[in-house]
Write a protein that binds this ligand. Structure first.
Ligand code: NAP
Length: 316
């Protein structure tokens, strides 16, 4: 059995993978090319892909008799894989839920604070040697403690952010979700996303990416937000209509935004980079060694289960 790991991963993960089967580790850090995606399905029994490895319907169509029978994705988000097309070709898909939750929620909370309190803008000013010194009306931001946060996508990460907001910062929590939630903190379920957007000081996006959620945060939702409110996106870039967001930020129709993800990563539009009222992080959600190790171990557990003929612990 041959496993292809499509990026360099922490040593502990590589060792764990080597203990379960023959492995080849691709050393490049960019996503698989079209040829490599097809090679993945023809030359390996299992592939451990990640963000950006675009296993689209076209790729499966080109390799109808896939040798690969499992895509053990490194990451909870798998919108880069057409799961229906994979399954139609007999290729199972697994992911790494849970391992990423707290770290991504930390980045969500950090973006709430950075955007509301103008941290990136202030840091740039200090680095530029342009700080004139403290004075009472300088760089006034939005006070976060006690404000109201809205969560779009009250899943694992959405709840972890809400918990931080409620227990750490005394915030009111409101949310929208498709299914009923049992929560261990007070939170108000709103009937629509627009009503949620209109009622909060900070709107946080935590839904999965993909066709169903593409541009869920569009010009109308942004227009519904209060002029002092901030948008935070730790989900996937295409959940937010980036052009509409740039227009809202340029016109100062919202207070600001904190982004960890972008529509066409790693391209971040010049118009966005030129704005002071947006905080831009390079997709840092899970970027901590122990988190990447936990994600890798979870992916390897799925590979091991597959090789032993056992049910996948994290099938999607
Ligand atoms: P999760 O537990 O599945 O939560 C996602 C939530 O979104 C669920 O509660 C879900 O159902 C809701 N949802 C799904 N489709 C929706 C739709 N069409 N409209 C409205 N709500 C919808 O997933 P998670 O572990 O929290 O992860 C969420 C996403 O975060 C991942 O898919 C990934 O893309 C992203 N992520 C980003 C980073 C990063 O580095 N920035 C790291 C990890 C994950 P209900 O509506 O029924 O509640």
């Amino acid at each position: 059995m041959k496993l292809w790991i499509t990026r360099p991963l922490p040593d502990t993960v590589i060792e764990a993978a080597r203990a379960v089967c023959d492995i080849e580790v691709r050393q490049e850090t960019l996503p698989l090319s079209g040829d490599e995606l097809r090679r993945a399905l023809t030359e390996f029994d299992v592939v451990l892909p990640t963000l950006g490895d675009a296993f689209s319907a076209d790729v499966f169509r080109d390799v109808p008799h896939s040798r690969c029978k499992l895509l053990a994705n490194f990451g909870v988000g798998y919108n880069h894989i057409d799961v229906a097309a994979a399954q139609a070709c007999g290729v199972a898909v697994s992911n790494t839920p849970g391992a990423v939750t707290e770290a991504t929620a930390d980045i969500g909370m950090m973006l709430i604070l950075m955007s509301a309190r103008r941290a990136a803008e202030g840091e740039r000013m200090v680095r530029a040697g342009a700080w004139p010194g403290w004075h009472p009306t300088q760089m006034l931001g939005l006070h976060v403690t006690g404000k109201r946060v809205g969560i779009a996508g009250m899943g694992r990460i959405g709840q972890a952010i809400a918990r931080r907001c409620h227990f750490g910062f005394g915030m009111d929590v409101a949310y929208v979700s498709r299914s009923e939630k049992v929560l261990n903190f007070p939170a108000r379920r709103m009937p629509t996303l627009k009503e949620l957007a209109a009622s909060v000081d900070v709107l946080v996006v935590a839904v999965p990416g993909g066709t169903e959620t593409r541009h869920l945060i569009d010009a109308e939702v942004l227009a519904a937000m209060q002029s002092h409110a901030h948008l935070v996106n730790i989900a996937r870039g295409d959940v937010v209509d980036e052009v509409a967001l740039i227009a809202a930020l340029e016109a100062r129709r919202i207070g600001g935004a904190g982004l960890d993800v972008y529509e066409n990563e790693p391209v971040v539009p010049e118009a966005l980079r030129a704005l002071d009222n947006v905080t831009l992080l390079p997709h840092l959600g899970t970027a901590a060694l122990e988190v990447r190790e936990a994600m890798g171990m979870m992916a390897v557990e799925n590979v091991a289960a597959f090789l032993q003929g056992n049910p996948l612990p994290n099938a999607v």
